[in-house]
Design a protein around this ligand. Sequence first.
Ligand code: FAD
Ligand code: SF4
Length: 512
Amino acid sequence: PGHLRVILGDQLSPAIAALAGLDPGADTVLMAEAMGECTYVPHHPQKIALVLAAMRHFARALRARGVAVRYVALDDPANTGTLAGEVARACAALKPDAIIATEPGEYRVLEAMRGWAEQTGIPCEIRDDTRFLCSRADFAAWAGSKKQLRMEFFYREMRRRHRILMEGDDPVGGKWNYDPENRKSLPAGLAPPEAKRFPPMAETREVLALVAARFADHYGSLDAFDWPVTARDAESGFADFLARRLPGFGDWQDAMAADRDFMFHSLVSVPLNLGLLDPLDLCRRAEAEYEAGRAPLNAVEGFIRQILGWREFIRGIYWRHMPGYATLNALGADLPLPDFYWTGATDMRCMAQAIGQTLRRAYAHHIQRLMVTGNFALLAGIAPDAVDRWYLAVYADAYEWVEMPNTRGMALHADGGIVGSKPYAASGAYIARMSDYCAGCHYDVKDATGPRACPFNALYWDFIARHADRFAANPRMAMPVRTWHKMAEPKRRALRDRAAELRRRLQHGDRI
Ligand code: FAD
Ligand code: SF4
């Protein structure tokens, strides 16, 4: 009867561990569109369509290679709606000698997978996911008994190990990190090159119709769906990035501009997290652009740092700290998530832009996620569970292993400093410096306490005041705490009153 090889929706790589050693004459690949996975958070319809369409294309490619695929479509009347249910059904029908799977990207699913053998009475082998550049065991070995894990040191180790941008034992150019050269705002009149997009093919259009019918109550629009859903298109999108946007990626990595959804970003997280691209290959090809003189070092190093450094570090943190990580709330944040996160209906232009684009595209770039929507949630004190659920739902690239440490750790500091040594808290001045949002805003970014004062300003100082004791002990936060203490009492009072009013409005669901 052979083996049952299970492929999950974000494991769409021909080299995935579960397929290694596949015997096309005897084995069957199981792929199932599970309703439960589409609805455990209200995923953006584009994200559901992306995963289902990519799964269907992947299954077709496997069949074309002569592999037997048991594919259970979402609207198959026999579909049990869960992965475990489909594994059980496949086992009953095919009576395989063993189940072979690749470790999933979510703790919840790994726990469920560990129960498959007992539920089916058939042995189940769970293989390491070899698509990452640092295995869970390697990360554990690096972390060892270190008291604090910092991305920068992990990243240097990864550069050495994979020999990327290295000259002997030294980093190319003499520095490991060109982050200070990644912080320019976009000059007026400079338009980032349009990103190559992929209008849906016939098979994808079928999926779009299915998703429109079945998930009409989820927030987010399907209209602009143009994500690559095959390895070939993903590849062509990346080649377009290398040629046209990588050279500007370094300088304007942190910049934001109204109605510029993508700026100079690569958009690779979406196909990469599905398995359509290989992270080491992306790094090497970016490196080759530098070597050929087609892209500057600050751009190439910046891009490689995100993939080789941040992406792998974040995954390491997730597995090291789960399941406890999912409950951390170090700053005691407890406000409900405002409705405008789902609708974009707010007078704060930066938020309306970041959220509006998210609903339209299922995408926002890093600085929008971190310094606009994330920063607002941090300053206002929105409960991490609700914020986590939102980020997991609305982005086409969101899977818990990468979403959660970014949200709970990097953006909300709810992990108390596991991911980053200080909260990325900023007042409106940061947004004004890095974007053109403030110019057309209902609020005044220069004002902190009046009726039209930018909400980020009072919320920022209120945040510093509420956590002053904790932050005073952090050398990287001591400065704003000192500034707060030195402020005249009437000014402090006015800031805290304005923040209290804003938080009250948020609590009651009033528009801000
Ligand atoms: P680029 O700017 O072109 O970067 C290149 C690649 O580097 C990305 O595709 C991604 O694979 C990797 N990368 C960059 N930063 C990070 C990071 N902090 N963590 C992990 N990988 C990184 N990324 C996700 O893939 N899924 C998520 O669910 C997700 N949620 C996030 C939530 C919050 C609150 C924040 C602050 C960040 C989140 N990120 C997430 C990280 C980052 O914002 C996205 O990877 C990036 O915006 C994707 O767009 P891009 O491909 O154009 O990225
Ligand atoms: Fe955002 Fe404040 Fe600027 Fe308005 S003024 S866009 S709310 S930072």
